[in-house]
Design a protein around this ligand. Sequence first.
Ligand SMILES: Cc1cc2nc3c(=O)[nH]c(=O)nc-3n(C[C@H](O)[C@H](O)[C@H](O)COP(=O)(O)O)c2cc1C
Length: 160
Amino acid sequence: MSFDARDFRNALGCFPTGVVVVTAGSGRTLSGITVNSFASLSLDPPLVLWCLDRRSSRYRTFTTAENFTISVLCNGHRTISARLAVPGGYKLDGLKLTPTQSGPPAPAGALAVLECVREAIHDGGDHAIIVGRVLALAYRKTGKPLVFFRGRYGTLAGRA
Ligand SMILES: Cc1cc2nc3c(=O)[nH]c(=O)nc-3n(C[C@H](O)[C@H](O)[C@H](O)COP(=O)(O)O)c2cc1C
């Protein structure tokens, strides 16, 4: 390899992404994690994916959860995103949450909410690729997204 881990991360950081929070569990076991490896996968069946670091203290929680909810964050969600990205900071206590139809709750105000059942977990090097089948969804038609680019938060200009 002609590059080190820092260069690899820096190069990947040039790809702007949205930011989602994945929630799993309920009540005292409710957990969340900030993720930007989310991607759409299949329209029929409706599948999405995200990747989880095998070294995460939340690994067992999110790889054993039968159901999880993926919430697309808006520009106003920077504090929530940062909080759920702190090592060990998986608790959603005190955050305003919106119930879903049958899955874990979502941060209030999310641009889109996808309620998923775990479809598969694939090997992805030092990450696990978690595939979810979307059972229910909701979305807003307005609102700016939270964007992650070169290691910093931003949003889109010129879009409501
Ligand atoms: C914008 C952003 C995107 C992230 N995306 C991912 C991701 O896709 N997968 C992942 O495992 N961790 C991701 N993280 C890191 C986790 O949110 C969190 O920091 C990490 O799980 C903390 O370690 P712990 O799980 O051992 O407590 C991301 C963090 C940030 C700030």
